[in-house]
Design a protein around this ligand. Structure first.
Ligand code: DAH
Length: 341
């Protein structure tokens, strides 16, 4: 065998052997076998003495190249053995005494839950869902709604006025006006969870910031029965069972007749419990037939069209549905409260 062939043979022998090993100890053995004092490379160099000067130069270079190649292959193999050892599971350093990382799954806020439910209920009845501004002018918040200039709700101690004379809306009823200004009857609209502001001191049932759901239907031949039916359907959706609706006459300047609206207690079926304070009925908010003057204010002819409307507190509804006894919990972001839903 000539020296060229032998050089190639040594290289492929080295490659083969490297493939078959996986420990540092085996690698050490290979180092000795190829690069050691009695190793194969040394052996090749020793054969040079029998050659002519020009052959010595040629083969000397080839063997040196072979030696460098083998050295680099061995060191690469060393690195790959090391990285395999480090990443193998049994060699991962893991401190089992460390506290774990519980990934708690986020939950929807009860306010969001009830708004989403209301959205589904009203979309299924083909209501258009709208939103409007929280900073209102006095005209839309009061005048257009037929609220007289002397009405106590206009007082500084009930309403937040901004320096330019506009107000933080005190209810979502101005959304009725804004909608009727934009579109003509027939109208079926609802605004869900609209933020409102009042200068109320906060306690378990009052908050200066709260949210309302406001609905309005304007069409020909609309009467109180339509209002009653829509509210029944809304309550059936929220409580998952039929509840009775009861109207108690009340005064709101933008409806005539107007009513405080109550539902039969969905928890005790009228027998009396803590939610309905033993009365069997729960008060939810205002409703009524849109006042003819309000329709005139938005250029709708009250001799042709009638409307009904309602405006209820969304937190109040959620409190009853979920048994929450303090409205402030909605705004505190207390995790142990939020995790219950
Ligand atoms: N806007 C009234 C309030 O916040 C509630 C209300 C009463 C809304 C009667 C209505 C209604 O649409 O018909 O006090």
């Amino acid at each position: 065998m000539d020296l060229d062939e032998r050089i190639n043979q040594v290289l492929s022998q080295c490659e083969q052997t490297l493939k078959s090993i996986s420990s540092h100890q085996d690698l050490e053995d290979i180092k000795v076998q190829f690069l050691g004092r009695k190793g194969l490379i040394r052996d090749l160099f020793s054969q040079l003495s029998q050659l002519s000067d020009s052959e010595k130069k040629h083969y000397g270079e080839s063997i040196n190249k072979l030696k460098m190649e083998i050295e680099s292959k061995i060191s690469q193999k060393g690195e790959s053995i090391q990285s395999k050892i480090q990443t193998s599971p049994e060699n991962q350093v893991f401190d089992y005494s460390l506290p774990g990382f519980p990934y708690s799954i986020g939950k929807k806020h009860p306010f969001t839950l009830i708004c989403e439910e209301l959205y589904q209920i009203f979309r299924s009845m083909n209501f258009m869902v709208v939103e409007d501004r929280e900073i209102e002018d006095e005209y839309h918040n009061f005048d257009a709604l037929n609220i007289p200039k002397w009405h106590p709700s206009r007082k500084l101690n009930d309403t937040f006025f901004l320096t330019d004379g506009s107000v933080l809306r005190t209810h979502t009823s101005p959304v009725e006006i804004r909608t009727m200004e934009k579109i003509s009857p027939p109208i079926r609209m609802v605004t869900i969870g609209g933020r409102c502001y009042r200068r109320d001191a906060s306690d378990a049932t009052h908050s200066a910031v709260f949210h309302q759901i406001e609905g309005l239907v304007v069409d020909e031949n609309i009467n109180f029965c339509h209002l009653s039916e829509i509210l029944s359907e809304m309550m059936r959706g929220v409580f998952g069972k039929p509840v009775e609706i009861r109207f108690v006459p009340s005064y709101f300047p933008f409806v005539e007749p107007g009513a405080e609206t109550l539902i039969s207690c969905p928890f005790c079926k009228g027998d009396g419990c803590s939610v309905c304070k033993n009365s069997g009925w729960i008060e939810l908010g205002g409703s009524g037939m849109t006042h003819p003057q309000v329709l005139r204010n938005v250029n709708i002819d009250p001799t042709k069209y009638q409307g009904f409307a309602f405006g209820w507190g969304v937190e109040r509804l959620a409190m009853i549905k979920y048994g929450i006894d303090d409205i402030r919990l909605f705004f505190e972001n207390n995790l142990s409260f939020l995790e219950q839903f």
